[in-house]
Design a protein. Structure first.
Length: 150
């Protein structure tokens, strides 16, 4: 993969592919992109936004939920301090985004990029904590069919 769109297409096809997110984080870091550490934290903590279509809403788009970051939590739960740094204009305090200005939800790419940028706003010691104690990969681990194997 040589472009951001290559990585994003792979993640669109396999949203649980933590390995591609980690490689993408390295790729972003090599380019000095502020989202690099955030994408690494998203991958290590097995986060990905909940899909509206998967949730049975019959529409595209995704969102994050404020909640505990543990092995038994939802894959779209984000700790309070990290969640609070997401842009407030499209949040209701529990879900982000609720709806955008045009009454739609954001696509996965935009949801993850916003969360990665919010991570960059956390204090360095909190970033280190989230990067050093990730949720373990287990039964809820990455898809068996990753972009590299597809």
């Amino acid at each position: 993969m040589t472009t951001e769109d290559d990585f994003q297409q792979a993640l669109d096809a396999h949203p649980r592919d933590w390995h591609t997110r980690l490689v993408f984080a390295d790729w972003l870091q090599d380019r000095g992109d502020a989202r690099a550490a955030g994408f690494r934290a998203i991958a290590l903590n097995k986060r990905y936004p909940l899909s509206a279509r998967t949730a049975g809403l019959g529409t595209d788009g995704c969102w994050w939920h404020r909640g505990p970051l543990d092995a038994h939590g939802q894959h779209n739960n984000i700790p309070d301090d990290w969640f609070a740094l997401l842009p407030p204009e499209v949040s209701n305090g529990s879900f982000w985004p609720v709806f955008t200005r045009d009454k739609s939800l954001l696509p996965r790419r935009e949801c993850e990029s916003a969360l990665a940028l919010a991570f960059a706003e956390l204090p360095p010691e909190r970033q280190a904590e989230l990067l050093s104690a990730p949720v373990p990969f287990g039964e809820d681990g990455p898809d068996r069919t990753t972009a590299a194997n597809a």
